[in-house]
Each structure stands twice: as structure tokens, then as C-alpha cells.
Design a protein around this ligand. Structure first.
Ligand SMILES: NC(=O)c1ccc[n+]([C@@H]2O[C@H](COP(=O)([O-])OP(=O)(O)OC[C@H]3O[C@@H](n4cnc5c(N)ncnc54)[C@H](O)[C@@H]3O)[C@@H](O)[C@H]2O)c1
Length: 335
């Protein structure tokens, strides 16, 4: 698992189990406060998460194990009624099978095995990903909310021989695209002074600019408290249509009036409506613009805005559309 997920869960008062093969990675995330604690015994790890859930307390526990082994075991307990898992996702480095540790290989052997036989290692990784993704699909069958986090694990599992891999959606079509449809997107800024105090000034100014947006306030406060700066101090938040322009003008004023010590750079995030174009990852099921070459090449120029979602390949069907929160399926993603 990556580092962002436990923090994303606990910032929203959720309790989660984070599975990672590499204890040093979990310890690092614990030291940065992205993760609350590390546990090497599965029963103890699950008990801690369930206790936090019962107490409605945000808490994350990292368990050292291989997801291809641990997910099926937790699924077994879920099906047996021993516990209830509400949400399942994955953020292993599945886009590169050499960065995904197959079952049967230890962390200590990892690098040497991958270097000695990259093809054989890839096949083993894809077979493990097939088991990992099968458990995710079966969690969905058993009532959990399941989504891909943009790492291509579904396609690697398909290559590993599992043909239901695309039955759960990628998180962009499931949750992010509906926000793009409303004009909501990421807005990031960096304090060129290098002084964290400048970010504190912008945090306060952003909250004042959008007093009614409680969700934004909650995030800005939580990020200020929990998210450590790496490199120049920076902040990101999601703003709606027209709001980014307002925030830009506000920052201009803060610089002009000397309220911050140096200019602020405004940037974007990779997770933007025009960023990644990969049919197996974040942009699965991207809609085609009415006038685009792909549309006319498909011989459906006259289909206009009702052109269906693009299917990544005949063997990798586009993800089901869910949670569209009122976004018309005919609206292009970048509208
Ligand atoms: N959705 C997004 O916007 C988004 C953002 C960042 C990264 N990603 C994708 O997520 C993936 C991970 O990125 P990252 O930056 O968090 O990488 P990372 O290297 O920090 O984390 C991946 C973790 O997976 C662990 N791992 C490998 N094989 C495992 C297995 N079999 N079982 C359990 N754990 C295993 C590794 O030990 C590592 O700690 C990449 O494919 C990346 O492209 C998506």
C-alpha cells in the first residue's frame, strides 16, 4: 500500500487495515504520522481496527504481509461473518510487476529474484495479482465498496489469467469524474519563500474566502495538523468552478500587500481532468468528445454527445459507471 491511504481514511474518521509486504515501508509511514501503528500479528491487527471501528475512532493499523495472501484470508473471515469489511482498495506498485512482490518470495530475496529472471518474476507477480484482485471482486460480490486506485492492478490480474478483473471500477470514473463534471478539481500552491508560515497565512485566507465550505475547512485544518511538508512548503485542496480564479486573485493580493514573504506558485496536480490518459488506470472509461478524431474514426461523428464510453480493449471492458452523483453520462470528462 502507498502512504496516502491510511491518512485519507483516518482524516475522515475511518478505521483501516493497511497491508504491506515491507515492514520498513510501514515503519517509515508510521514515523511520518501517515500511519498510526504497525502490527505483525494478523489477529491482533484486525482486533485493533475493529475496536477503533466500534468506538468510531479514526485509526490505521499497518500489517506486514502479502496482499495476495492476506486479502483472501480476510475475505474468508468476512464471508464467515467474523467481521465486516466496508471498503476495499489497493495501492501496491502494480503498474510495474517487478515492484509487486509475488507470494513465495521474501522481501530480502525480492531484488535479486527480479534481476535474475524478470520474465519469470513478472509471471509470478501477475499470478499473485490475479489472486489479490479475485479477492477484491469477491469482496464486492459480498457487499463491500471496491475500487482500483489507479495502479493498473486490474490489467495485470487479467494478464495473470483472472477474467473478472475489470468488474470493479477505477476511482476516477467512480468518484472523481462526477466532481470534474461540476468543475471541481485540484488546486495546489507552493510558498517560494520556503517559510511554512506563508502556507499558514494562505490556509487562513482560503478559509476566509470560502467561509461556507465546511468540507474545505476540515481538510485545510487536518492537512495543517497532519501533513508534513516535503521540499518547499505547499498545500493542495479541491476548488470548484470559478473558485480557483478567486483563490489566484487572493494570492496575488497577499503577495502585493506583503502578507506573505515571497511569491506563491500555483500549480496543478497529476490528478486533473486532462492529466493521465491510460485506459487501464485512472482514465478507464473516458468519454470521447463529440468532435474528436477517435469518434469520427469510429464512424460515429453523428453520434454527438451520446457517444458511449471508450472501451480500453476487447478483453478489458470499461469499468461500470457508479456513484455518478447526477453527472450526465453524456458529459465529456473535461466539460
Ligand atoms: N491514484 C493516484 O492518483 C495515484 C497516486 C499515486 C500513486 N498511484 C499508483 O499507486 C501505486 C503505488 O504508488 P506509491 O507511490 O504509493 O508506491 P510505493 O512504492 O510508495 O508503495 C507501494 C507499496 O506496495 C508494497 N507492495 C508491493 N507488493 C506488495 C504485495 N504483494 N503485497 C502488499 N504490499 C506490496 C511495497 O512494499 C510498497 O510499500 C503505483 O502504481 C502508482 O502509479 C496512484
Amino acid at each position: 500500500m502507498g502512504g496516502a491511504q491510511p491518512l485519507a481514511v483516518t482524516l475522515n474518521d475511518g478505521a483501516c487495515l493497511i497491508v504491506d509486504v515491507d515492514e520498513t515501508r510501514l515503519r517509515r509511514r508510521e514515523s511520518k504520522r501517515y500511519l498510526d501503528e504497525v502490527e505483525t500479528d494478523l489477529d491482533a491487527a484486525i482486533a485493533k481496527v475493529l475496536k477503533a471501528k466500534e468506538e468510531r475512532r479514526g485509526w490505521s493499523v499497518g500489517y506486514v504481509g502479502n496482499a495476495a495472501t492476506v486479502f483472501p484470508e480476510i475475505l474468508r473471515r468476512h464471508k464467515a461473518g467474523e467481521l465486516t469489511v466496508d471498503i476495499v482498495t489497493d495501492q501496491t506498485s502494480a503498474h510495474d510487476p517487478l515492484s509487486y512482490l509475488p507470494e513465495g518470495i521474501t522481501v530480502a530475496e525480492w531484488q535479486a529474484e527480479a534481476a535474475a529472471d524478470p520474465e519469470g518474476f513478472t509471471k509470478k507477480a501477475q499470478a499473485s495479482m490475479a489472486r489479490h484482485v479475485q479477492a477484491m471482486v469477491e469482496f464486492q460480490d459480498a457487499g463491500a465498496e471496491v475500487f482500483d486506485y489507479g495502479n493498473s492492478i486490474r490489467d495485470e490480474a487479467r494478464k495473470g489469467g483472472y477474467d473478472r478483473a475489470f468488474e470493479f471500477p477505477g476511482f476516477v470514473p467512480a468518484y472523481i469524474r462526477p466532481l470534474f463534471c461540476e468543475g471541481l478539481g485540484p488546486f495546489r500552491w507552493v510558498a517560494l519563500s520556503g517559510d511554512p508560515e506563508d502556507i499558514a497565512v494562505t490556509d487562513a485566507a482560503i478559509k476566509e474566502l470560502f467561509p461556507e465550505n465546511k468540507h474545505l475547512h476540515r481538510w485545510i485544518d487536518a492537512a495543517g495538523e497532519r501533513v508534513e511538508f516535503e521540499g518547499l512548503p505547499a498545500r493542495i485542496c479541491w476548488l470548484g468552478y470559478g473558485e480557483r480564479a478567486k483563490a489566484g486573485l487572493l494570492f496575488n493580493r497577499l503577495v502585493a500587500e506583503g502578507k506573505v514573504k515571497a511569491p506563491i506558485v500555483i500549480g496543478r496536480d497529476h490528478l486533473d481532468s486532462g492529466s493521465v490518459a491510460s485506459p487501464y488506470r485512472r482514465d478507464a472509461a473516458t468519454l470521447i468528445s463529440p468532435g474528436s478524431r477517435s469518434t469520427t474514426a469510429a464512424g460515429s461523428a453523428s453520434a454527438g454527445p451520446s457517444t458511449p464510453a471508450r472501451s480500453p480493449s476487447p478483453t478489458a471492458p470499461s469499468s461500470p459507471r457508479r456513484n455518478s452523483s447526477g453527472c450526465s453520462p453524456t458529459t465529456p470528462a473535461w466539460a
